[in-house]
Design a binder for this molecule. Structure first.
Ligand SMILES: C[S@@+](CC[C@H](N)C(=O)[O-])C[C@H]1O[C@@H](n2cnc3c(N)ncnc32)[C@H](O)[C@@H]1O
Length: 255
């Protein structure tokens, strides 16, 4: 069944999936949550000024909100660096649904909102290469398919937006195998961010070699998670006990 569009409390859109029985974002604010979890907490906005290029890998393209927010930030900062935005989506919505998305209130360049229906209209199963803006060096590599079938060559992400549905309903995207695969697509300094703070998810990250830390969650949620292969990228965060969590995950303590 096609997901339905809803408005969240900060005025930005989200979707509700009957299949997963979940909203795509926090109903208190889709754009506010995304900005906090993926742009502010992992330090993406603050590193942009020094960056010569940027590669992002997102798990779950959903509404395309994170891609839109990134374009808006780049435009606002007048930054024209090469940007590769990889995203994976097994169940993309159709053009008509995407026409209902409204993120304008949260964009400095609200006209960007108009590009979304066109992105969803044209995509085909497999890898789609989209250059949405003539005046910016940005490529959207949108993989229409399941994460398990995604096997890019030479992907070295600087930031990972880990944004599946919750572990209870989207279990395959929260396993140690998934985080091992994500590590193989990451640069050594990469920072992975997710809204999720579940011990089992953190245990899966620890069991696959990620250093893991907690941070303040978005919109009243107590915690979220950041992770990196390099401990020095987490120096401003409170780390979990990786050895202990990995051991608990491997012995099935969280099942
Ligand atoms: C929480 S939503 C993503 C929200 C999105 N980042 C946004 O800002 O709108 C999770 C997404 O993961 C997708 N998904 C779920 N399981 C998947 C899988 N195995 N492979 C690829 N995508 C999957 C869903 O279709 C959904 O669009």
């Amino acid at each position: 069944m096609t997901p339905t569009v809803h408005q969240t409390k900060d005025g930005s859109s989200t979707l509700y999936s009957d299949t997963f029985e979940q909203f795509y974002h926090n109903p208190n604010g889709a754009a506010s949550e995304s900005l906090h979890v993926f742009f502010e907490t992992p330090g993406l906005i603050s590193t942009l000024d020094k960056a010569n290029s940027l590669t992002i890998l997102e798990i779950g393209f959903g509404t395309g909100l994170n891609f839109l927010l990134l374009l808006d930030i780049l435009k606002q900062k007048k930054l024209n660096i090469p940007v590769e935005f990889w995203s994976i989506e097994a169940f993309p919505v159709d053009r008509a649904t995407a026409s209902g998305f409204d993120f304008k209130k949260h964009l400095n360049h609200p006209e960007l909102n108009d590009m979304l229906p066109g992105i969803f209209d044209g995509i085909q199963p497999g890898l789609n290469e989209i250059q949405p803006l003539k005046d910016m060096d940005v490529t959207l590599h949108l993989f229409y398919g399941r994460f398990g079938d995604f096997s890019p060559q030479n992907l070295q992400a600087d930031f990972i937006f880990h944004d599946p549905f919750s572990p209870e309903v989207n279990e395959e995207l929260w396993t140690a195998d998934t985080f091992t695969k994500l590590a193989s697509y990451s640069s050594n300094q990469a920072v992975l961010a997710t809204y999720c703070a579940a011990s089992k998810a953190r245990g899966a990250m620890c069991a696959s070699g990620w250093k893991v830390a907690r941070s303040q969650g978005a919109l009243g949620k107590r915690e979220m998670t950041v992770a990196s292969l390099s401990p020095k990228m987490l120096k401003n965060f409170k780390r979990v006990n990786e050895e202990r969590l990995a051991g608990r995950y491997q012995s099935g303590d969280f099942d």
